[in-house]
Ligand binder design. Structure first.
Ligand code: COA
Length: 269
């Protein structure tokens, strides 16, 4: 069963299944809108998981999803109305800290987009490494319709993940697109029947969990940091990341398992 995080108000549920951790946004009555409380608990959950990884726990992939019908309706617009400009800036800082922590999490993070993902909700999914969506899901960076722009990484990440053209189409219109259109634009890498989304995410997490954890972490870093570099620098970074795994026990285990025709038992060292 899912357990609430330490903050114990239950706005985020953390569940371990085998080597994967499932993080569930749990404010279904408010379409999982990102209130201050929910953002603080999400940050707490990722900090706790990062500490677990550092201590050597075998968390090898994380799945983020939403309880109820929505993934997340984005900023809590009711709460936002009560904030001063200064408070709004402070909250945006915190939101960006959360997105950056998800993006830099030392294991692959999968967004399982179960329903509406708008504004900050979609930005959270964009901070993840892989996105899969229920065929009933809708997505949008709808901020311009509220007279603002995405402020938690949306302009930068969507343009890099999909394309500048897709980012402009989505962000300048603020339109909501269905999952299949999101797939065509390159926002999500798979669309599955809604009833099968949790299983599809778990299967993806299991696939990642079966791989060498040092290798997936090094590859994630090489891709993310390399994407912003000129090719020669990106190749040098890839070589540096390769060097980290070359000296690992996991690399020897991978070769031994191949020779012995058995699945490898990676230990993350
Ligand atoms: N902030 C605060 N509360 C929100 C919210 C948000 N972003 N989005 C939804 N809610 C609340 C609704 O006000 C409603 O609360 P109520 O029952 O007290 O009225 C509750 O969540 C459920 O929403 P509802 O619209 O009744 O559910 P739905 O399933 O028909 O639609 C959405 C869900 C997400 C499609 C719809 O609520 C929506 O479009 N929300 C706005 C999304 C948005 O524009 N986000 C901002 C991005 S910048």
């Amino acid at each position: 069963m899912p357990t609430a995080t330490d903050a114990a108000t239950g706005l985020v549920l953390l569940e371990r299944r085998a080597s994967a951790a499932f993080v569930t946004l749990n404010r279904p009555d408010a379409a999982n809108a990102l209130s201050k409380g929910l953002v603080a608990e999400l940050e707490g959950a990722f900090a706790q998981l990062a500490a677990d990884v550092k201590r050597g726990s075998d968390v090898r992939a994380v799945v983020v999803t939403g309880a109820g019908k929505a993934f997340s309706a984005g900023a809590d617009l009711k709460e936002r109305r009560t904030m001063s400009l200064e408070e709004t800036w402070g909250f945006l800082d915190e939101l960006n800290r959360l997105m950056n922590a998800v993006a830099a999490f030392p294991r692959p993070v999968i967004a399982a987009i179960n329903g509406a993902a708008f504004g900050g909700g979609l930005e959270l999914a964009l901070a993840c490494d892989i996105r899969i969506a229920a065929d009933t899901a809708e997505m949008g960076l709808t901020e311009v319709r509220l007279g603002v722009i995405p402020g938690a990484g949306g302009t930068a990440r969507l343009a890099r993940i999909a394309s500048v053209a897709a980012a402009k189409e989505m962000i300048l219109t603020g339109r909501r697109v269905r999952a299949q259109r999101a797939y065509a634009l390159g926002l999500v890498s798979d669309v599955v029947p809604a009833a099968g989304l949790a299983d599809a995410a778990a299967k993806l997490a299991d696939e990642i969990a079966a791989a060498g954890p040092l290798a997936t972490a090094a590859a994630k870093r090489a891709i993310d940091e390399g994407a912003a570099l000129p090719l020669a620098d990106a190749l040098a970074l890839e070589a540096a990341c390769y060097e980290e795994v070359l000296a690992s026990e996991d690399r020897n285990e991978g070769l031994a398992a191949f020779a012995e025709k058995r699945p490898p038992a990676f230990k993350g060292r």
